[in-house]
Design a binder for this molecule. Structure first.
Ligand code: HEM
Length: 542
């Protein structure tokens, strides 16, 4: 009895202790919340996208999403084996994930309720543009914002804007004017090979990539340099592309422009997570240096920067008309430089990695490329049309690299309530369509879709037309740079293989038996193309 009494007292005492009481209450409340959120609500509201279960309210899937979004998508696909949309919770907000291509097409079509603008405006802020100007850039009928009649008479915002689109929406049309086949694209494609040829030079590589070069040998006529393949692609493409779009004048202002930009780009993934400035000091310092150089460049009289691409000239004039200072104009142009640079070098890396680790593929590609040059030994005068249309192995390699090594996500924000398929999307929700969910579909791309197969698009060229294949996004934000990207990467591959002997080696130029292509780096968010989990050392010989 005494024991019973004392036992009774102990348990009562436990339950009465404030800490235990709180713990029990929290456990009960949490269980009720879990039951309500993941069992009762889906039953009561079948038209709401189901929510992938999570443990901590508000935080939801944020931590696992930041660590590796791909793992969250995989877990969700196993949890909800159909293809209906589902939701994840990121910092308290709902993000609806789309998995059926018909649903994604309806997302792309619904430009009134599902907007891209909240993402671009957030980016503009991240590039340091004054909030007041950011707001103006999205106002319809921007001619109203022009200071006087004289400006209105010569501004594209009034003279070439029959639908009275906002500056940002009109700018999307200018991208198409510059980058889709036509006179302006031809101008870029004429300039680019000249710069590419200049930077595909062993002594320039050695100098420009001094910190990355691991070995350099010069013995008589044979010179060789060993360096990480990823850095090679990135350096040559960026040096050539910046000059193609801005001319040499930009480098007269800041000779280190590419190096500073690339250091910024290395850390640019932090932008996706809104890192506060004090947690990303290097990112901010490099952004400011890039913007400072661009601002000086944009303020040069036109006569002193005759090689500015049409798009950047148009952006600069119209942003000036709208009253944006050079710093803000430069910020917006830097944002476009990011779209222009950040993907092509990764795709070039993956293409080289497969070519240099597969002798049969290399031989096929070299022979196709050879037919595009005027003589067996030349590395100039490539027939670009032939390179892009009559090289089936090169073409299939490009298509497969864009399929597998692609982390792009179609993103929209609901600015009104709407529906996708049978599911309701609420104002304020985000909508994501991650490309890999579609690009890995075995039903479309056949078995082994999770692995690289350079013959996939050779055996079945029709899959290029599949709706589930959209390496450059879709809807009104479909990448306008896709033609330029294809030609700049093809020509980099072609000219490098013609000019140099390239082979995978150790960092000091030693032989590697059976070199392997690195894995994908899964934990790095990206605008589109995926980064490798390691680099390959290549020795480049003249
Ligand atoms: C292999 C290389 C490339 C890939 C995989 C790629 C992919 C993409 C994707 C997926 C989007 C759509 C983003 C969205 O809808 O959310 C996009 C947009 C864009 N890309 Fe590319 N891109 C590449 C190269 C380029 C190049 C070389 C340029 C410029 C010369 C460029 C310029 C742009 C621009 C300006 C946009 C924004 C379009 C708009 O908002 O209207 N891209 N890119």
């Amino acid at each position: 009895m005494e024991w019973q009494l004392s036992h009774h007292k102990i348990s009562l005492g436990d339950a009465e202790s404030p800490l235990a009481f709180k713990a029990v209450s929290i456990a009960i409340l949490w269980s009720l919340w879990y039951l309500w959120r993941f069992y009762i609500v889906p039953a009561l509201y079948p038209n709401e996208p189901r929510i992938l279960p999570y443990w901590i309210p508000f935080i939801g899937h944020t931590v696992s999403f930041v660590r590796c979004a791909e793992n969250v998508y995989r877990r969700a696909n196993a949890h909800f084996p159909d293809t209906e949309p589902y939701s994840v919770i990121l910092m308290g907000g709902t993000t609806v994930i789309i998995r059926d291509i018909k649903d994604l097409s309806s997302v792309w079509r619904n430009t009134s309720a599902l907007s891209y603008d909240p993402f671009t405006s957030r980016m503009l802020m991240a590039f340091g543009i004054t909030p007041h100007h950011v707001r103006n850039l999205y106002k319809p009928d921007p001619a109203r914002l022009l200071p006087d009649e004289q400006t209105r008479e010569r501004s594209l915002l009034s003279c070439a804007n029959p639908k009275k689109l906002s500056y940002m929406h009109l700018q999307s049309q200018w991208f198409k004017t510059q980058l889709l086949p036509g006179e302006h694209l031809n101008g870029l494609l004429n300039a680019y090979p000249v710069f590419l040829s200049r930077f595909l030079d062993i002594s320039l590589l050695r100098k420009g990539l001094a910190r990355e070069v691991t070995s350099f040998k010069c013995d008589g006529a044979n010179t060789s340099v060993t360096l990480p393949l990823g850095r090679f692609c990135r350096y040559v493409l960026a040096q050539s592309a910046f000059r193609t779009f801005f001319g040499e004048e930009l480098f007269e202002i800041e000779p280190e422009f590419t190096r500073i930009y690339q250091r910024w780009e290395d850390a640019s993934w932090k932008i996706f997570y809104n890192f506060p400035h004090f947690l990303a000091p290097g990112l901010q310092a490099d952004r400011k240096r890039v913007i400072a150089a661009l601002a000086v460049y944009l303020d040069l009289p036109e006569s002193k920067r005759k090689n500015t691409a049409w798009i950047f000239g148009a952006m600069n004039s119209e942003l000036t008309n709208l009253g944006l200072p050079a710093h803000d104009r430069a910020g917006l142009i830097m944002m476009i430089c990011w779209a222009m640079n950040n993907n092509a070098h990764y795709i070039a890396f993956w293409m080289f990695a497969h070519i240099l680790t597969n002798p049969t593929l290399k031989a096929s590609i070299e022979s196709e490329i050879s037919a595009c040059y005027p003589s067996p030994t030349s590395d100039q005068g490539c027939d670009m049309e032939k390179l892009s249309s009559a090289c089936p192995h090169l073409n299939a390699l490009w298509a497969e690299a864009l399929r597998l090594y692609n982390f792009s996500t179609a993103v929209r924000k609901a600015v009104d309530d709407c529906s996708v398929g049978t599911k309701i999307i609420h104002k304020g929700d985000q909508v994501f369509g991650p490309v890999r969910n579609f690009h890995l579909a075995e039903g479309v791309f056949s078995s082994g879709a999770a692995d690289f197969d350079h013959t996939r698009f050779l055996k079945n060229p029709k899959i290029r037309q599949a709706k589930e294949y959209f390496p450059f996004g879709g809807g009104h934000t479909l990448c306008p740079g896709r033609y330029f990207a294809e030609r700049e990467v093809y020509l980099l591959v072609a000219m490098s293989l013609r000019r140099f002997k390239m082979e995978v080696t150790t960092a000091d130029g030693g032989v590697v038996e059976s070199p392997k292509v690195p894995d994908i780096r899964m934990d790095l968010p990206s605008l589109a193309a995926a980064a490798p989990a390691g680099d390959l050392f290549v020795t480049v010989r003249s």
